[in-house]
Write a protein that binds this ligand. Sequence first.
Ligand code: SAM
Length: 409
Amino acid sequence: MDLEQLAELRTPEGSAALAAAAEVAGGDPLAAAAALRSAGVPAGLAAAALTQAELRRRAVGKFGPVATRMFFTRAGLEQATRGVVARRRADRLRAAGVTTLADLGYGLGADALAAARAGIRVYGVEADPLTAAMAAANAEATGLADRFTVECGDATAFDVDRVDGVFCDPARRASGRRIFDPNAYSPPWDFVVGLAERVPRTVVKVAPGLDHALIPPGGEAEWVSVDGDLVEAALWCGELAAVARRATVLTEKPGTSGVGEPAVAHELTGSGTVEAPVGPVRRYVYDPDPAVVRAHLVAELAGELGATLADPAIAYLYADSPTPTPFGRCLEVTDVLPFSLKRLRALLRERRVGRVEILKRGSALEPEKLRRDLKLTGNEPASLVLTRVANAPTVLIARPLPPRPPRPG
Ligand SMILES: C[S@@+](CC[C@H](N)C(=O)[O-])C[C@H]1O[C@@H](n2cnc3c(N)ncnc32)[C@H](O)[C@@H]1O
């Protein structure tokens, strides 16, 4: 896709091609291309329309129903923030008094759209000309064009004195590859963290693997998971920082993409520096949510659950009774064995176990290889927890407790 093709898609002929592509997208791509060609759509336009139709279908999960009128690049859609996460951030910015926001590294506008919906005026800067042109078209498609401005340019040149808040989501990919070194982000890390010194209300989206040493002094680092998947971290700086560390656990309501309705959210906060107490393996094991683990809030969760670790370096928590929590899964431990393939296989056969889910922390074993090596034949389910206890490779046989419906809170 280039600027010329985008312009063509925005003509009446392009709109007709997009409408026809939407009818046939999602099925056999060759049949879809043939259908557009036989409807008289030129080959180049048909290919561009079909690509957009496919991306629009995929984008509904992140952007909501408005995605069917927006334009996407594959890379831009991959990097876009999920609707539930963007909405939550936008609501927090609005609640903190932000009325005008610079979105530096605007992309296709998932965060900007959420901010505009929250009533914030957004000034976007996007370096890539095609992405910027699509972003401008997308602002129009949302019906909120009066709340966005998207300029094509370098975010480092933007005059931040014009706004009362800044959001920056630096590009963490180059030539399709993920970048792990923040110094290679674009805009560069020095500029990104320097924003916090220039604008009192700055929030930066970063990779969830962020090294805690990079958190600016006095800043709040938040890790966010959606339905158990760790999706991002954010650094809330200056006046926006409320605590040192926060784990936000979101549950997406089915079919909403968080755009129309907010996600169910639970938050755990703390200093991120407390060590959880250590004790024996007990009857219930908790597998904490990845946002809790990455935020270094396992000790705070242990406090809520009356739980202990069995190994100071491994984030499984153990307790004598099960306490419902949105911050992790709870399983009932039936057996604790020093790891031995032979013994484990024999015990699972005796119990007629044929299906296992395998959880692991602190174990080098490969779950899929173990599953093959167990050669299970029965019908019963079981959960295996591969871990270490007092530095010894250990396997727990367990059964999950029935899930409870999430409580708002
Ligand atoms: C991770 S994406 C932003 C995604 C966006 N938050 C969303 O959810 O849709 C980062 C964007 O920053 C842009 N970018 C990179 N360096 C930039 C710079 N110096 N100035 C402006 N934009 C830049 C990239 O082209 C990319 O579109």
